[in-house]
Design a protein around this ligand. Sequence first.
Ligand code: ATP
Ligand code: MG
Length: 884
Amino acid sequence: KKQRKQDLLAGLNPQQRQAVLHTGAPVLVVAGAGSGKTRVLTRRIAYLVGERKVHPGSILAITFTNKAAAEMRDRVQELIGNRAKLMWVSTFHSACVRILRSEIGRFNMARTFSIYDDADAKRLMQLVCRDLSLDPKRFPPRAVLNWVSNCKNELVDTDSASSKVSTPLEEGYLAAYKEYQQRLIAANALDFDDLIMTTVHLMQAFPEVREQYRRRFRHVLVDEYQDTNIAQYELIRQLCGHVEDSPAQVEDGPAAAPAELMVVGDSDQSIYAFRGATIRNILDFESDFPGAETILLEQNYRSTQNVLDAANAVISRNQGRTEKRLWSDAGAGDKLVGYVADSEHDEAQFVAGEIDALVDQGKIKYGDVAVFYRTNAQSRAFEEVFVRVGLPYKVVGGVRFYERREIRDAIAYLRAIANRSDDVSVRRILNVPKRGIGDRAEAAVEAYAAEHRISFGDALRHVDEIAGLATRSAKQIASFTAFMDKCERLVADNAPADEVLTTVLQDSGYLAELHASTDPQDETRLENLVELVAVAREFVAAGGTTPLGSGGEGGGLSSLSTEPILATELPPTVETVQAPQDTEPQHRGPRVDPAPADSLFAEGLFALEENSGPSTSSGPVGVGSESVDAGSGSGSILDEVQVGPEADQLTGAEFELGAGAAQPDVSLGAFLERVALVADADQIPDSDGESGGMVTLMTLHTAKGLEFDTVFLGGLEDGIFPHQRALGERAELEEERRLAYVGLTRARKRLYLSRAIVRSAWGAPQHNPPSRFLAEIPVDLIDWRRTEGAVTSWRSSSATSYERERAKDEATARWRNTVGFGSSLPKKKEIPSLQAGDRVLHSVFGMGSVIATSGAGENAKADVDFGSSGVKRLSLRHAPLEKL
Ligand code: ATP
Ligand code: MG
C-alpha cells in the first residue's frame, strides 16, 4: 500500500505534491506554462480515488484538451478499473448538457432539446434580424449574435438586459435578443452559451436541484481557470456550495458541506477575453472563496531554457502582471531558428523542407511537429505546399467534418426527427433532397406557423389548412411529414442511432440524389456520409461510450473529423499524402473504407450489419479492443447513478450496482449529443503513436495546453500576428501577446519563427512589417537562417517566382477592384470558359467545383461549390477565378 502511495506521488516536486495532498479549503494553483499544472490535476484525481478512497462518481473535472481528459481517465482506470467511468471528466459545456438533460423539464423544455452550434445560431439570428426588419448595415447578424453571446456569458438574460439598454442601437440588439431567445425556446433548442447560463439559472431557481449536485460532486477540479467567464465562474460556485449569500433552503436535511475545489491556471495564458473570459476569476480567487489557498509552481519541465527565455521576454512586456520567472533544468538547448520568407508559399516551403530534413536525420517524427498560425485562413499556404511535397499532415479546426454540408444535412434530419420543433433543422432539410417544395411554399408554412403560434414542423402537419399552397407542394409536404413520422416511430421503438441514420439517408432520397449526380464532389459527399454512418455504428457498438479521444482510443468521432476534409478541400492527389491506414494510430476502431461511391450500395454498406443493434452491448465488442461493460455510458450516467438526497451515503458498491443495471444509451438523442459537442481539440492527433504520425496544423488558440517537440510559428508580421485589429489597442495587444506566450511555450526542444515579406493569401498582397513580438525576443536567442537582405537579392535573381508573384498581385488587384477596394490595375480580364464538373481556384473561397453555368459572354455566370464556404454564384467576368 505504501508502495502505491509513493507511486501516486512519484515524479512530483514539493509544491506539486502539496497540491495533490491538499485537503479542505479551496485551492488555486497558479504557475506559468509547462510547470505541471495539468499533471497536478491528473495526479490529484488519481490520489483522491486511489488513496483517499473517494468515490469516482463524486468527482467533476473540467478540462479543455481531450488529451488531458484521456490521461485522467486512464490513470484512474488503472487504479480501479471501469468504475473510473463514473467520474465526470469533460468540458463545461458537456457537463451542463448532462445536467440539463435530466433537469431542464423544470423550465418546461423537453429533455430532447437541440443544441445549436455557431452556424445554427447564426442562421437563426439572420431570420430574426430579417423578421424584425433590422437594417443589416447597422445590425449585422454576426454582431448582434456577439452581443447576445456576451450577455449570456455574463448571465444577463433578456429581462436584466432590458434594464440596461439605453441607446437605440442597444434597443435593436435587445429586441433581437428577445426574439432570438423566444425562437430558441419555441424550437426547444439551446445555443452554446445557453448551456452554461441555463444551468446556472437552474441552480439558482431550484435549490433542491443545486443541493442534489452538491451532494454528488464532492470534488471539483478545473483546468485552464484563466479562461473561464462569469457564467462558468458562477456555475462553479453553485456546484461547490460556496454561495455564502444564499444558504440552501432544502427540506430534506442539512445542506451539503462545500465541495473540495481545486482550480489551476496561468493569467499569462488567458486568451479568450473575446468570449468573456476574465482573469479576474484568478486574481480574485482568494476573496471569492473564503479561506482559499494559493500554491505556486516555478519549475518548467517542458521546454529548454532558450525557449523559456524567449517566451518570458515577450510576456514581460505586458503591464500589470505578476512577474514569475520560470526556470528549467533541461539546459539551454538549441537556439530558436528565424526565417524571413519572400511570400507565404516560400514560408511554407521552408517549413516543409526543415521538417523533412529533421525527419531524414532521424531527429523527429512527423507526429512530434506542430505548425501554429494566428488565423485559420493561414493554413491554406501550408497545406498547398505540404500536399505538393507529400508531407503527411492534419489540420485541426478550420473547416471541420461536422461543418460539411452533407454532414450538416444528415445531422439536421436526425435533429428534426428527435425534435420536430427545431425550426432551423426542419427548414434546412425540407427541400433537401429537392422535393419541389420551394421558397413560396416555405413562406406559406411559415406564415401559418406564425399565425397559429406553432412551430414550423407542426405547421407542416396542417398542410390541408395552409392557404396558398400549390397542390404539388402540399402533396410533397404531406409525404415529407409522413416520412419524418416514420423515422420518429423508429426512434420511439428504441432503434439505435445508426439504424435511424441509415434509414434517413436511404429513404429520404438523399443518397439517391448524390448518387445520380455527376458532380465529382458528390462522390466525396457520399464518402463522408459513409464515415458518418461508421461513426454512428461505432457509437452504438460501444454501447454509447465511444470515446471522443484522439488516437489510440478506439477512434471515435475524432478519427473521422479531419480526413474527409483533406479529401474534399484539395485536389484528389491529397489522398496519397495520408499515412497508410494500418499504421495510423487514429484508425484503430472499426471503420468503413472510403470505398468508391458506386460500390456503396453494391456492397451493402448502408445495410445494417447483424451485430450492430443494442444487443452488442451485452458482450465485448471490438472497438479499440476495449471490451465494454454494460451501463457506464458516459452520456447517460446521470440517469443511472442516483443523484438523490441519499447519494452521498451510497457505498461504492451501490453506485456500481445502479450503473451496471442500466441500459447503455445508444439512442439517437445520445448520439446527437456526442456530435453536438465535438470540439476542435478533439481532433488533435496523438503524437505518441508508433508510426511517424502526422504534422499537426492548428491555430494558436487551439494549441492551449498541448506540447510538441518541434514547433513552427508562422506569420510573425504586424497585422497578422499581432492581429490587425489589435494594433491600436493596448488591451487587445496584450491578449495577442499572451497568445504568443502560449504559442512559444508549446515547444519542448525546437522552435522556429518565420514571417513573409509579401503575403497574398487573402486576395490582396500585403507587405507587413515584422511582428513586434520578434523584436521583443533577445537577439542572441535567435539564429536567423535567412534575413530580409538575403531575400531581396534572392528575389531579384529569381525571375520566375517574381513573375508569379506579380501575376498574382494583378489578379488580386482586379478582384479588389470589383469588390470596391479601390483601383490599382484596371484591366480587362479574360473570361474563363467553364462547364459543370470543372475544378476552379478562387482567390478568396479557395478550391471549388463548378455545378452549373449560365449566361454567356460578359454575363456568363457559374455556380461553384466551395465545400465549406458553400455554393456561390459568380460572375465570370469579375470573379478572381482560375480554372484548374
Ligand atoms: P500549460 O500551462 O501549458 O497547460 P502545465 O502547467 O499544465 O502547462 P503540464 O502539461 O502539466 O504543464 O506539464 C508540462 C510537462 O512537464 C508535461 O510533459 C509533464 O508531464 C511534465 N512534468 C510536469 N511535472 C513534472 C515533474 N515534476 N517532473 C517531470 N516532468 C514533469
Ligand atoms: Mg496544462
